[in-house]
Design a protein around this ligand. Structure first.
Ligand code: C5P
Length: 416
């Protein structure tokens, strides 16, 4: 039974060249068990016919607000109530503006205003229109109201421009919609997640650490627990509340995190995600008293910390799926794949931390998933959403037969 079984999804299609991609989206959503009804704006009908989408969705396509026959079948309020998710895709700049303004002058905007369902908007437009301050403000307004904005992607556009504004691929839209509905698909599974920074003391008042906020790891723990997994969160010092249903073990140093991780994997574990930013080095000696200011320089000897995830992945008690993170500032894919191989990981989530607005400390994140089958760019979205998508992918990987989940068994060269 598909994950979207018995879910009702309305797709409001507006007039853009990308409207043809909705055919594939309907196929994907229905393939996952959803019922899909289409509202087609007048502009969209120039790009795709009601008949095509009717055949694909299996329902009459809704086009007019004041249509007696349609109102007798399923009126616009009833339609709005039917939806568990209301998606507008592709959403033109004009539609985005009209949704932001709360207009209700056609069936699509009226139903979007009347629906109690969460609203998802996947914009598609020329890159200048997307970057225009008016569109930026409208998107911001929608975001502030809790509307989920999916994409847009960047790349070559139908008009010949290159830039942001392409409709996000149907697979990603479908995954975002799936991620909205929690599954209990990890029921009976055990997950261990490390999060946050570690703190390496130099003396009783000073330490070496990093800027990791722990948000990504906490979001992953929340998503794993919501999916039904027994979830252990091993966290360095962070200012975050423990997600519901998660068992949290607080640690300070890399050595403590190492000890707790090795202890926790003694119990059979399905999923291990290392999202902690573990300090690579610690001070060789932790001075028992505060180090005094003497002389112009101070030499601090650092020694290597154990690489926790490498030990977990190489352990006799190896969890079924070991997932690491790679924060890189250059050559993202090469370095991340290198880490996957040396650390013997099944999956690496690669994060480009040279972009100030994503990654460390920010609320949104854009990552690339790398495994033995290749790599896949995940949508730029909130850490909560991304966590749901990543946990769902981990679930899929866990449910693959063992031989498809092979990991590299060569000894690690770099045993950090
Ligand atoms: O080598 P690098 O620190 O970039 O690798 C990042 C990955 O390795 C993350 O998954 C992180 O949690 C893990 N790691 C670890 N122990 C360390 C260093 C990194 O588990 N000492």
């Amino acid at each position: 039974m598909g994950h979207l079984h018995s879910r009702n999804i309305i797709i409001g299609v507006t007039g853009g060249i990308a409207a043809y991609k909705i055919a594939e989206l309907i196929r994907l959503l229905r393939g996952d068990g959803a019922s899909v009804r289409i509202i087609l704006s007048r502009g969209a009908q120039a790009f795709v016919t009601p008949l095509t989408l009717q055949s694909l969705s299996g329902y009459p396509v809704h086009t007019e607000l004041l249509d007696e026959t349609a109102e007798m079948g399923m009126g616009h309020i009833e339609l709005a109530r039917w939806a568990d998710i209301f998606l507008v895709a592709p959403a033109t700049a004009d539609t985005v503006a009209r949704l932001a303004a709360g207009r209700a002058d056609d069936l699509l905007t009226t139903a979007a205003l009347a629906t109690p369902a969460p609203l998802f908007v996947a914009p598609a437009m020329n890159q200048h229109m997307w970057n225009n301050a008016a569109t930026t403000a409208n998107i911001q307004t929608l975001r502030e109201r809790g509307v989920k904005i999916i994409g847009p992607d960047a790349g070559e556009q139908a008009c010949g421009d290159v830039g942001a504004g392409r409709l996000t691929e149907p697979e990603t839209i479908s995954a975002e919609i799936s991620a909205h509905f929690p599954t209990r698909a990890l029921e009976g599974k055990r997950a261990i997640i490390t999060a946050g920074p570690t703190r390496e003391p130099m003396d009783p008042v000073r330490y070496i650490s990093n800027h990791s906020s722990g948000k990504m790891g906490f979001a992953l723990a929340q998503a794993a627990a919501e999916a039904g997994a027994e979830t252990i969160l091993i966290s360095g010092p962070v200012m975050l509340d423990t997600p519901k249903g998660v068992t949290r073990i607080n640690v300070e140093t890399a050595l403590q995190m190492h000890e707790v991780c090795i202890d926790q994997i003694q119990k059979p574990t399905d999923l291990f995600v290392g999202s902690a930013a573990v300090a690579d080095y610690r001070a060789e000696f932790n001075a028992p008293q505060k180090i005094k200011k003497v002389g112009d320089t101070l030499t601090l000897n650092l020694v290597r910390n154990p690489d926790i995830i490498t030990e977990v992945a190489g352990s006799a008690h190896r969890p079924s799926l070991v997932v690491g993170f790679a924060a890189e500032t250059e050559q993202l894919l090469e370095y991340a794949e290198g880490k996957r191989l040396t650390k013997q990981l099944d999956v690496v989530i690669a994060n480009d931390v040279s972009q100030a607005d994503i990654g460390f400390n920010s609320d949104i994140n854009g990552v690339t998933w790398l495994d033995d089958t290749g790599h896949d760019v995940m949508p730029l979205t909130t850490k909560q959403n991304l966590a749901k998508l990543l946990i769902e992918r981990c679930r899929q990987k866990l449910s693959q037969p063992e031989d498809q989940n092979k990991h590299i068994s060569a000894p690690a060269e770099d045993n950090r």
